[in-house]
Design a protein around this ligand. Sequence first.
Ligand SMILES: [Cu+2]
Length: 327
Amino acid sequence: MIVRRTAARLFLVLSLLPALQQVAVAHGGVVEEDDLCIIKVDYLRAHFKVYQPRVSGHEQFCEDLPVASESIFVMEYQHDALASMPIDFRIIRDVTGKGRFARMEDVAQIEDLESATVFFQSALTEPDVFTVMHDFMEEGDFIGIVSATQPDTNKVYAAVFPFEVGFTGLGYWPFFVAALVLLQLQYLLMGGRLKRWVAKRSSAAAVGLIVCVLLFAPTQQVLAADDKVTVTYSIPSGSPEINRMHSWILHIETADGVPVERAKIIVDGGMPEHDHGLPTKPRVTEELGDGNYKLEGMRFHMHGYWEITVTVATEEGESVVVIPLQL
Ligand SMILES: [Cu+2]
């Protein structure tokens, strides 16, 4: 019986996966469309970008920011109506406990919005670009809230976008855990008839289990080599989601399979067909032993063909290995 129940739950996990991935791609009010970051304030749309001039120069971020630093949020209106609407902008610490699932309803339930607020720009009417600056003092999860008021009707249009400041390296795992919690609830709430129906499908659940393991397995080994070293990489958070900062684990071996330790590794990359580089400056932050190195700060801002160049320098010399990547 316990086995059956577990199987039924796994089947449910599988059935929820498409929805889960959808959430991951379009969470909050900011979505990535054709290489542009769009914020939707109800039906009103604006280009949205964030700069961290002190640490990243002119580099643009869609929402997640690599470090706690001075950050400039820019909205360029796509909809003329925004030009005549007073707009306010608030940043709060994520006290909803919903993380990337946080929505307007969750924010509306916060009792003391003021004490969660780290930044507030009171309503301003700006002709075509709305800009605010906030100097983040700490890393963590935050929620941005943009509200625009229609002057004639006083109707308020709002967008809520959860974002992260600093690397946490958690990637997809919070989604997975949240899904399991939701499923547990859903299962408890289900009527007896549906329970029996689900339990009958335990063979489908077995397939579900395999697909789950494949989807969530933290390894996605891809191999590249020159005559001296072989580089493989895995992405603990799953796969490189566009515009999401994530980390890789690089594994480096000599041609005859000996792990390469204490190497100096430089990672660069770009899209050769578009003649541009990576939007971030990834770096190896930790040697994990056994030829494994933690690479942080990976982010891709568009679909297409990328090449990641890994330069491995040891006392024996230097190797340059190119990892091809189709996103
Ligand atoms: Cu490109």
